[in-house]
Write a protein that binds this ligand. Structure first.
Ligand code: CMP
Length: 147
């Protein structure tokens, strides 16, 4: 299996609920380790740029307003099949449809306040990681370098 990197965001509702530690702990149970991490309060410009692919969607403006409503935790995660592993542990976008035991099932409020973001493909992971982190801020593990 391939060692991959993916971008994870703990959204303002997750930070507000005080579950940063619980979320990072759950990521660890599926082998995902943060190799870059920072707390940030996104500007509208940063959030609009990050979600540019959704610009034409009816929820775009509300999404940007929510993502700029408070601090978020930005993380690069590394591990085996990181993109899929992260999506699995997050659960479905809409928490009503998320499987039992997933982060969104247990912590999310609704499809907007859904606690976490994760890259949806390896290609987008590369773009999203580069959006928030220069390569010099990413600290890979020795075991991953060998893979
Ligand atoms: P995320 O994985 O961060 O990617 C885009 C976000 O848009 C998504 O999670 C949701 O939080 C948000 N969103 C709000 N409304 C909708 C909707 N109707 N369909 C899909 N995503 C939505």
């Amino acid at each position: 299996m391939a060692i991959e990197r993916t971008l994870s965001i703990i959204k303002p509702d997750g930070v507000e609920k005080g579950v940063i530690g619980q979320i990072i702990s759950r990521l660890g149970t599926v082998g995902l380790k943060p190799i870059a991490m920072r707390l940030a309060h996104l500007s509208r410009r940063e959030a609009e740029g990050f979600y540019a692919v959704h610009k034409a969607r009816p929820f775009f403006n509300d999404l940007v307003t929510f993502m700029t409503s408070g601090p978020v935790v930005l993380m690069v995660l590394e591990g085996e099949n990181a993109v899929a592993a992260n999506r699995e542990v997050m659960g479905a976008t809409d928490p009503k449809k998320a499987a039992a035991g997933t982060i969104r099932k247990d912590f999310a409020t609704d499809i907007e306040k859904n606690t976490v973001h994760g890259s949806d493909s390896l290609e987008n992971a590369k773009i999203e990681i580069a959006y928030y982190f220069p390569e010099t801020a990413i600290h890979t593990y020795a075991w991953a370098k060998k893979a």
